[in-house]
Design a protein around this ligand. Structure first.
Ligand code: GCO
Ligand code: MG
Length: 401
């Protein structure tokens, strides 16, 4: 007889930062978990799950992952968007966890088995000044990372997201505000990578994230000016609500491009992929509808020589990392996985079997996703409202970041 879902719980906790987790339980005694965290908007997705999704799950057969996905996607009428797709992703990943446990296999086996033994990953380094950024880069290289993202403060700009964390003014609990000047940045960025190459040589992969701050022609200029430094990728050069703008960028630079951490569906990257305007797709499991949907994106990407480079900042929970590593172990067109160390307290809440060694990531071998949540520990770290930054031009105009 088919198993059935008996309970689904939404667990919001903050062991160093906020995470939203869905735990699904079945009549046969299995349980599975999925991540639904949307950084800065956590309670919206928690409510979406609690109020609108959980009641639809009770009594359903957990084995029918595709049918549940279609039910939640088509059935809602309101399609796509980060909140909807993160909620669907949490259900989807929890059901894959259950299916793999029922089969007695680690998830990557169920997806089709290993295409590789381990996964290349990159870490973040940053500094408020060029010297600080270079010191951080050298430390990461010494720690054994083979691929390193480099971000540096731009001379003349007071505060840029991610690189001036220490001196943030008190905004009374509201978002921090950064400042931005594209001309200064475009002049400075090649100097950063010229110095970076001098410090770490040719063999370390260097990456950089422009955080959507450029206009198309500025993005083309940046790509061109960084060509001598042989980047692994240049990320999110422009906002891509309009994917066609990447045609101009692509025509003018051979620097590899990675885009998509804010994407929620295959339609957000259809043009980017089919016109080969990017080299790496960043859309990841939690924000793009779970394994069921990201598999479709990865398969489309594979047809066009685009590889995966999943988002993996620390605001994507260890549950998403577990899912990404099973996916990455299997997916034929794997490229690289972003890797950030989660806050220490998150290890009290989540117990996982994936690991990092010698600059590479390894998926675990236990059945399912290989991660559990300790609900009592989660309760010790209640939700705390937190926002991402906003960014303004030096004249006050609100800008992208
Ligand atoms: C990345 C991202 C992060 C984001 C964060 C937003 O490339 O890892 O751009 O830096 O700021 O994940 O939630
Ligand atoms: Mg990014």
């Amino acid at each position: 007889m088919a198993d059935r879902i008996t309970a689904a719980k939404v667990i919001v906790c903050s062991p160093g930062r906020n995470f939203v987790t869905l735990k699904i339980e079945t009549a046969s005694g299995l349980s599975g978990i999925g991540d639904a965290t949307v950084n800065g908007r956590e309670m919206a997705v928690a409510a979406y799950l609690q109020e609108h999704v959980v009641p639809c799950l009770i009594g359903r057969d957990p084995a029918r992952i595709e049918d549940v996905w279609q039910y939640l996607y088509r059935g809602a009428y309101w399609r796509r968007g980060p909140i909807t797709m993160a909620a669907i992703a949490a259900v989807d990943v929890a059901l894959w966890d259950i299916k793999a446990k029922a089969a007695g296999m680690p998830l990557y086996q169920l997806l089709g088995g290993a295409s590789r033994s381990h996964m290349l990953c990159y870490t973040h380094t940053d500094g408020a000044t060029l010297d600080e950024a270079m010191a951080a880069l050298e430390r990461a290289a010494e720690a054994g990372y083979h691929a390193i993202r480099v971000q540096a403060g731009v001379p003349g700009l007071k505060r840029i997201y991610g690189v001036h964390a220490a001196d943030a003014p008190d905004m009374g609990g509201l978002p921090n505000e950064g400042d931005w000047d594209t001309a200064k940045y475009l002049r400075f960025a090649p100097k950063v990578f010229e110095e970076a190459r001098k410090r770490v040589g040719a063999d370390i992969h260097l990456l950089h994230d422009a955080h959507h701050r450029l206009l198309p022609n500025e993005a083309a200029q940046l790509g061109k000016s960084l060509e001598p430094y042989d980047l692994f990728w240049l990320e999110d050069v422009t906002p891509v609500e309009n994917q066609e703008v990447l045609r101009h960028v692509r025509r003018h630079t051979t620097t590899p491009l990675a885009i998509g951490e804010v994407f929620n569906s295959i339609w957000d990257c259809q043009t980017l992929i089919t016109e080969q305007l990017i080299d790496y797709i960043r859309a990841t499991i939690v924000h793009a509808g779970g394994i069921t949907h990201v598999r479709r994106i990865a398969d489309l990407a594979g047809l066009y020589g685009v590889r995966t480079g999943f988002h993996g900042a620390a605001d994507l929970s260890p549950v998403t990392m577990a899912a990404a590593l099973h996916f990455g172990r299997w997916v034929p067109n794997f490229g690289i996985q972003e890797y950030s160390i989660h806050p220490k307290d998150s290890q009290q809440v989540f117990q996982w079997d994936w690991s990092f060694r010698d600059g590479y990531l390894f998926s675990g071998e236990s059945p399912g996703l290989g991660i559990t949540i300790d609900e009592a520990a989660a309760a010790r770290f209640p939700y705390q409202r937190a926002y991402l930054d906003v960014n303004r031009l030096t004249d006050g105009t609100l800008w992208n970041w």
